[in-house]
Write a protein that binds this ligand. Sequence first.
Ligand code: ZN
Length: 463
Amino acid sequence: MQIYRVDSVLSSQGWLRDASITVSDRGEVLALSPQTAAAAHTQHIAGIVVPGMPNAHSHAFQRAMAGANEVRSERRESFWTWRASMYALANSVGPEDLELIATQLFIEMLKAGYTSVAEFHYLHRAPDGTAYPGCNALWRSLDAAAGIAGIGLTLLPALYLSSDFGARPLRREQARFRLSVEEFLQALSLRRRELAQGGDARLHTGAAFHSLRAVPLESLREAAAGLREIDPGGVIHIHVAEQLREVSACVRSCGRRPVELLLDTGLIGPQWCLVHATHANPAELAGIAASGASVCLCPSTEGNLGDGWFDAARLLDAGGTLCIGSDSQASVCPAEELRWLEYAQRLKRRRRAVLGSAAEPHVGARLWRAAAQCGARALGQPVGAIEVGRRADWLVLDPAHPTLAGASEERVLDHLIFAGARAAIRDVMVGGRWVVRGGMHEAEEAIAARFGDWMLRRAPRIN
Ligand code: ZN
């Protein structure tokens, strides 16, 4: 057990000054009180403590191509041309490569303020399509990377059965993604049993359906029923309505739009996370809000890929909930995702401070708090707020940093998101353990050297 005396903390009851926080040996907050504890073993945190941000959507291997596809050519560059490059990378990554890339990425996430991550993972087989012995080498690479970095992980193995609507067979470059519904459910059961024995409270399991084009509706229903038996409250994520081409293909094939189709299954509820939902129309946004499902937005990736504009204000007004993800890793910074979430609304509506509310007028504070709590639900982890019973995942901001100069407590997150991004994040704790101190992670130099070497050797063949 450890008691911390903190100068200032954003708890779920609001800002507390000179508070004491008791953290168990398992990394859980046991007590939080406004009085300073006088115990001799109290550790003083000189700074501003805010909840760490869950990253609700990540494809770790794509870190190895961030920044590599920003070139205009004679063809019309789009999500689909980017995807061809992404498949080339996906088909060149083995378990050791994935562990190294993910470790580098997870360290970057921690330094930027993400303290947990949902890894939406669809690489299941060896590059030639054969199964790895045991189940599953690539999943374990992500567990290992999370362990080295010290980040909380919810692994979301994704079902991926078809290349397009109409149950079209997978293409050769998608062979690694395939697990039958039976293999998928068996592998998930096995992983849950293994994790229950392993006892690392930072590792969790959910599940994902890649998209409606990759999972025919019948298979989705069958797999969802199987998932309910394995873990009735388990989180389920799905990419939906990210690209207009996907929306029109869905209408052509099924007579309905993707979000409409998904809502009509009757399956969607609070444990579901709809990733992107970019082209959801007003009726669909109201339907998502009514279902209790969360929406994960990845504004830097959606901007990078030219996906389109999402009406975040309408979803929030309807009572919906939003979280954020780093997705393609074009940016690995929660403050940047939230800034662009707000800026996209401003550019479209030609107004400022769109996503503030009457109850929470400070845009930064509202977005950080809401995305952290919604992200925790999307990850199925007890994180996202500093309160008794949740894991001690938090960031310590340096009040002396120029980014925060003159900022009152209620403006701290406005400054972080709209002015300084990550510059003022000094220390990061996950599960009661310091993983970043003074802006540094203990493994960052060694991992960055190995990652740099790997990129030099491998990147020319990928890009
Ligand atoms: Zn994605």
